[in-house]
Design a protein around this ligand. Structure first.
Ligand code: WTA
Length: 663
């Protein structure tokens, strides 16, 4: 059986930390703060639908649902006859409840010195004005609106204004290039784009509007562009199409009458990489999604709305930003820090300065960032008062035990529990995690399914494997925040997730329960790579490479990497006509890496490109990626007998050292 997790188990020096018996018992301080208790699992799992129905009362419904789940695989409908408005739940009702003066967002700019404080009353006004402006620009119920923005409060406002109207947002991460933006806009047929002139990154400007202008050359369906002025850099302007946010939004009436929409009304689309070149438009609906993000936020982060200052250090361009910067926290009337910059904008101690000055209590981030902070040294956080922290979270990839222990020791002062939360764009909300104060934790383990969620680990045939054995992670029952599908492609939705193991959702991750029955995630088992917590498909990068004039063929694999979790390694053959012209290998490699950055995003740049005269193929002509992965990870080669020419892989292994680029 294919065991992608094999290496993780045997990494040098890991043995001591990776011990499955190394437990951190729950601290008694935590019990009951968010009314989580040991019985919660038994209660929820005895009657999952009843449990979720009860959790749905966290929302304010214009019409209470009388149904819970209707399930016709793969189509789930939750609370289907209920009606509500997402923006009302996130903002208006808190103001009505007298919380208008509570801070919703402490916004911290890329460069130290610039901050904004936005209360729930401020947010209320901003969202209503933005909703009125979008109506003026022609946005109606059911429309799709693309959002391509930096991490500024207007991004949160934009999302809430869109859903207030019953339209859907499709946020495209600001790091994506024009081509990637265009294909996402086209796929979901967006009518309006909300963007900014640019974004700040370590004090310099990274333009956004030019990418929108370029993308729109191939998106005739877009009628209007709404532009926030953030960097004050000059931009091209198309009269009639482009509108400044400060001109159109700020002159609007600060009152906007919300309307209720059905619980299954679509809320947003989020594109994510699958195993083919075309990203999938994962879409979510309203009632179930909001119920589960609200519930998980409450329990997993042990949320105390009066005293917590929460910081989800993620970008709104990814699902973590949607669920745990926008919807989950705001439904819970949380006070948050929202940070625009990179971990070292303004110095390598920037994060710790933010935590110290805002007295952050709950920090949620990704293993790749923890490893970066760790590389800079624990002396840096040691110079700051981090005693306000009481809970730490991680998401995005399996956290290596060294990083977990470092996070626990140097950031959490050995007193903060760590919640290692496993979930996906498709699951919408957290699915596996310890519960602080209730569950013990182990460095590197996600521990348990969230109450009301049921997970299994199965073998190739779909049989449940015993404790201690690896296999495929599946979800055995529908859950409220599950994706309702792939935009425009129901067949692909069924085939990708519901057809591999009968009656169950195939997550694409390897996992195992250890001898104590605790859950460990072991990485992807498909062609999805996880580079610094960003999902990328091998085929997507291959297509980008092949679109370069000099390239004949490309094969891409994800190889383990100490810093980024996985790194992209590409094996490329050049067209015969190009081999002379591209005689300078170093230059060709640099050009190809730049090409990938331009077509997809700088995050998709291969770490290494190996130029080879041939790729290893089976007799039926299939590229043997498995072998290339062995080569990329410097492993003993697997079975080569099915290859047309077994010497090809050895030749490529020899090239690894010579023709690669590594910046
Ligand atoms: C991986 C991010 C191990 C996993 C919320 C999943 C994790 C993919 C964890 C989804 C974790 C996420 N432990 N692996 N705690 N969290 N993953 O859609 O491979 O960007 O399938 O959603 O990230 O990535 P996505």
């Amino acid at each position: 059986m294919y065991r992608p997790w094999g290496d993780r188990m045997t990494e040098k020096g890991l043995e001591a930390l990776f011990s499955e018996t190394r437990q951190f018992a729950p601290s008694p301080d935590f019990v009951s703060r968010a009314n989580a208790h040991a019985d919660i699992y038994g209660l929820a799992n005895a009657d999952p639908e009843g449990w979720w129905r009860q959790q749905a009362t966290r929302l304010s419904w214009a019409k209470e649902p009388t149904t819970t789940l209707e399930w016709d695989l793969p189509n789930a409908r939750w609370f289907a006859d209920g009606e509500l408005n997402a923006a009302y739940n996130c903002v208006d009702r808190h103001v009505e409840n007298g919380l208008g003066d509570r801070v919703a967002i402490h916004w911290v700019a890329d460069q130290p010195g610039e901050e904004r404080t936005i209360t729930y009353a401020d947010l209320h006004r901003m969202v209503q004005q933005a909703a009125n402006a979008l109506e003026e620009l022609g946005v109606r119920e059911g429309d799709r609106v693309a959002v391509y923005m930096p991490m500024i409060p207007e991004a949160v406002v934009a999302l809430l204004a869109v859903v207030r109207l019953g339209a859907m947002h499709s946020v495209v991460f600001g790091g994506f290039a024009a081509d990637a933006l265009a294909s996402r806009i086209q796929d979901s047929d967006c009518r309006v784009v909300i963007t900014a002139d640019g974004a700040f990154r370590r004090g310099s400007v990274s333009p956004l509007k030019p990418a929108v202008d370029q993308a729109l050359e191939s998106c005739p369906g877009v009628e209007k562009v709404l532009v926030v002025q953030r960097t004050r850099t000059p931009v091209e302007w198309v009269d009639g199409r482009d509108h400044w946010w400060h001109e159109i939004v700020e002159r609007q009436d600060p009152h906007h009458q919300w309307r209720a929409f059905n619980a299954e009304h679509p809320l947003f689309i989020m594109y994510t990489s699958g195993t083919t070149a075309k990203p999938k438009g994962i879409f979510h609906t309203t009632g179930g999604y909001l119920t589960q993000v609200a519930t998980t936020y409450h329990y997993v982060f042990d949320h105390k709305p009066e005293t917590d200052i929460c910081w989800t250090a993620a970008d709104i361009g990814w699902i973590t930003g949607h669920s745990y910067i926008v919807y989950g926290p705001l439904i819970n009337a949380a006070t948050q820090v929202m940070y625009e910059g990179l971990p070292d904008s303004g110095g390598q101690d920037r994060w710790w300065r933010i935590i110290e000055s805002h007295k952050v209590t709950v920090l949620y981030t990704a293993p790749t960032t923890i490893r970066t902070l760790m590389k800079w040294g624990h002396q840096i956080p040691a110079g700051h008062d981090l005693t306000s922290l009481r809970l730490l979270g991680t998401v995005g990839e399996p956290i290596n035990p060294e990083a977990w222990v470092w996070y626990h020791t140097y950031i959490g002062g050995e007193r903060c529990p760590i919640v290692d939360t496993w979930w996906q764009t498709e699951t919408g909300a957290i699915m596996a995690t310890p519960l602080p104060g209730v569950t013990a934790t182990k460095p590197g383990a996600a521990m348990r399914a969230f109450p009301g969620i049921s997970l299994e680990v199965v073998d190739e045939q779909g049989h449940v494997v015993g404790h201690g054995q690896g296999g495929y992670l599946v979800i055995t029952r529908p859950w409220p925040s599950m994706t309702r599908g792939i935009w425009g492609d129901p067949q692909r939705f069924f085939d990708t997730y519901w057809n591999r193991f009968e009656g169950r959702y195939f997550a694409g991750d390897g996992a195992k329960y250890d001898d104590d029955g605790d859950l460990w995630l072991l990485g992807r088992v498909d062609d999805v790579m996880n580079v610094s917590g960003h999902r990328l498909s091998t085929t997507e990068v291959e297509h980008a490479l092949v679109s370069h004039h000099a390239v004949a063929e490309a094969a891409v694999v994800g190889a383990s990497d100490e810093h980024t979790g996985q790194a992209i390694v590409a094996f490329v053959t050049l067209k015969l006509s190009a081999t002379d012209a591209e005689a300078d290998h170093a230059q060709t490699i640099a050009a190809l890496r730049q090409h990938v950055a331009t077509v997809i995003s700088p995050i998709a740049k291969p770490r290494q490109i190996i130029l080879t005269p041939e790729l290893p193929k089976t007799r039926s002509g299939k590229i043997m990626r498995r072998l290339l992965r062995d080569v990329a990870e410097n492993r003993q080669l697997g079975d080569v007998t099915t290859l047309t020419d077994p010497t090809v892989v050895n030749m490529i292994a020899g090239l690894m050292g010579t023709h690669s680029s590594d910046d």
